[in-house]
Design a protein around this ligand. Structure first.
Ligand code: GLN
Length: 302
């Protein structure tokens, strides 16, 4: 497996696109970093490249916080507030469904900010602490927040602030929208490596259970999360992704990309330059190659 992963990195080819710059601190990332990790359900992690380089989780946090919102509020209550339809919109689209007032899904920012607001906690800090605890249990180590990225994103968070105010008009969000955006931005600033993300993905692949037998997520919640990742995880290229790779996945603007092969493995890649949809250019290509070489696609006959 290790040999294959090294070959994969060598053969990934030319890079294209730009690192995200709307979060000023992300523009300082080394664009040439490249890493891959594959985690099995029994806790083995195979890596190649810059596997110990830390980067911020960004939107890859969204499925996990959605899971916590469902665990706290129940699925029906969350569905009343956040739909599960692919939007075909960009991740930061300012949109709520005109008929229901719901964000179209929890993987775009509107739905992710709503999920964050639905996590239980006495105040904003308590919500963030519970979220960080969950991510840490999934990763199998204590994670922390990259304060420089957090400060940087918060200083330019007007668009997410607009989304939070909109969510208050439909009563999805109670309290101070600025507090919720602050918490959501902290959630996006959790620092991870591809090892962490592959391990988190492997827990989703195992129905919510860690290799040590800790049932972190209820299997029904886990299934809901994977289903939404499959249809909405790659934003307005979700259709392309499902046809060309065929597994539930989630990308983030720092260049991380996590995929889940249910019952088998969790996979994560990292390469900071992004395509027009905000997905890692070489990250997407690596997954396409893995599907070609290893046959990841869920719809392929075994
Ligand atoms: N924190 C980022 C934002 O809210 C996450 C976006 C992403 O990774 N696609 O804009």
């Amino acid at each position: 497996m290790i040999d294959y992963l090294h070959l994969l990195l060598e053969s990934v080819g030319e890079d294209a696109g730009e690192v995200a710059s709307y979060i000023p601190e992300l523009a300082n990332a080394d664009p040439d970093r490249l890493a891959v990790a594959v985690a099995t359900l029994d806790g083995e992690v195979y890596v190649a490249g810059d596997a110990d380089t830390e980067f911020t989780i960004q939107s890859i946090s969204k499925p996990f916080t959605y899971a916590l919102a469902i665990a706290d509020q129940g699925l029906d209550a969350v569905l009343e507030r956040i739909d599960v339809e692919p939007s075909g919109d960009a991740f930061n689209e300012i949109s709520l469904d005109p008929d229901t007032g719901r964000p179209r899904n929890p993987m775009i920012n509107a739905g992710a900010i709503a999920s964050h607001a639905l996590v239980s906690g006495d105040d904003a800090d308590a919500r963030v602490e519970r979220i960080l605890d969950l991510y840490s249990r999934l990763a199998g180590r204590r994670l922390s927040i990259a304060e420089d990225v957090f400060e940087s994103e918060l200083s330019e968070a007007d668009r997410n602030m607009a989304l939070a105010y909109m969510l208050r008009t439909v009563k999805t969000l109670k309290g101070d929208p600025a507090d919720v955006v602050r918490g959501y931005t902290r959630q996006c600033s959790v620092s991870v490596t591809v090892r962490d993300l592959a391990r988190m993905a492997s827990v989703l692949a195992a129905g919510g259970k860690t290799p040590d037998g800790d049932q972190v997520l209820d299997p029904a919640v886990n299934l809901q999360v994977l289903s939404v990742m499959a249809t909405c995880g790659m934003y307005n290229s979700a259709g392309d992704w499902l046809t060309s790779v065929g597994i539930p996945a989630k990308s983030g603007v720092a260049g991380g990309l996590m995929g889940v092969l249910p019952g088998q493995v969790g996979i994560a890649v990292f390469s900071p330059r992004l395509d027009a949809h905000g997905n890692s250019t070489r990250g997407v290509r690596m997954f396409e190659r893995m599907n070609h070489d290893l046959g990841l696609h869920l719809m392929a006959p075994v």
